[in-house]
Ligand binder design. Structure first.
Ligand code: PEP
Ligand code: MN
Length: 280
């Protein structure tokens, strides 16, 4: 007799919505993701210098960000591009947290760096390129640190949820899912931001869902529009690249907001949030 295949929700017993109908709130430092107040994670693509990070961190805090982002280990396509300041970058993130009070979100690219990165980070980011790195998922699952899991650029929503299930199965259910755009035939934008993911994931899982309109579009001037759309679609927060001087950025400057445009985005996002009974 043919073996019956498990229904999709049975394949994700730990993260399916049925496991926790009320939804999970992920706590990091003094802040939370998954309550009515939206989580706003903002900061540079990469930590570049003390001045760059502190100027950016102060500005995003002033405009209402609730978390600081910044990569110290950068998964760059070219081995010759800026790879990040590594431990020096982690130290600068800790300095910025001390000054602003914002909890820090930063990427861990390799399980060998987990002890080091988690000694500085409040939230461990697993990037799009690593969503299928099962040994890394298993390892972050063994850590007592919230995880921000980004959708693989070619991953289906089912594969994305199974990656989250893998982290939870290793013992860590403090997971935030992030839609960051997928690869399609469209070349006018860096990725196609799949906002279908938001209502689909919110229905399928109890985990909070956030959206990255920076990598999702690849154009700074599109970010505020897709940020508003993401909030209208029901996400629990946003992760946005902001740089004190985007034209001088060492990575992703073309999709980074300057402090003034981030402030404008926040004002617009607040209006949409109110309309859908959220706060920002
Ligand atoms: C990032 O957040 O800077 C990043 C590298 O994102 P992604 O993994 O979604 O490409
Ligand atoms: Mn980036």
């Amino acid at each position: 007799m043919m073996q019956q295949t498990l229904s999709f929700l049975e394949a994700i017993p730990l993260v399916s919505r049925q496991a926790r109908p009320d939804g999970t709130v992920v706590r990091a430092g003094p802040n939370e993701v998954g309550r009515s107040r939206l989580a706003i994670i903002a900061g540079p693509c990469a930590v570049e210098s003390e001045e760059q990070l502190l100027r950016t961190a102060r500005a995003v805090k002033e405009s209402g960000a609730t978390f600081l982002r910044g990569g110290a280990y950068k998964p760059r396509t070219s081995p010759y591009a800026f790879q990040g300041l590594r431990e020096e970058g982690l130290k600068l993130l800790a300095l910025a947290r001390e000054e602003t009070g914002l909890p820090v979100v930063t990427e861990v690219m390799d399980a060998r760096h987990l002890d080091l990165v988690s000694s500085y980070a409040d939230v461990l980011q697993v990037g799009s390129r690593n969503m299928h790195n099962f040994s890394l998922l298993d390892e972050v699952g063994r850590f007592d640190r919230p995880v921000l899991l980004k959708r693989g650029m070619s991953a289906t929503l089912e594969e994305f949820l199974l990656a989250a299930e893998r982290i939870a199965a290793s013992g860590n259910a403090q997971i935030i899912l992030c839609e960051r755009g997928i690869r399609t035939f469209e070349a006018a934008t860096r990725n196609t931001l799949d906002l279908n993911a938001v209502p689909f994931l919110k229905r399928s899982t109890h985990l909070p869902v956030i959206v990255d309109p920076s990598h999702g579009t690849g154009h700074w001037w599109m970010v505020r529009h897709m940020a508003r759309a993401a909030v209208a679609a029901g996400c629990d927060g946003l992760i946005v690249e902001v740089h004190a001087q985007p034209e001088a950025a060492l990575s992703d400057g073309y999709q980074s907001l300057n402090p003034e445009s981030f402030d404008e985005m926040m004002r617009e996002v607040r209006a949409v949030a109110l309309a859908v009974e959220r706060l920002a």
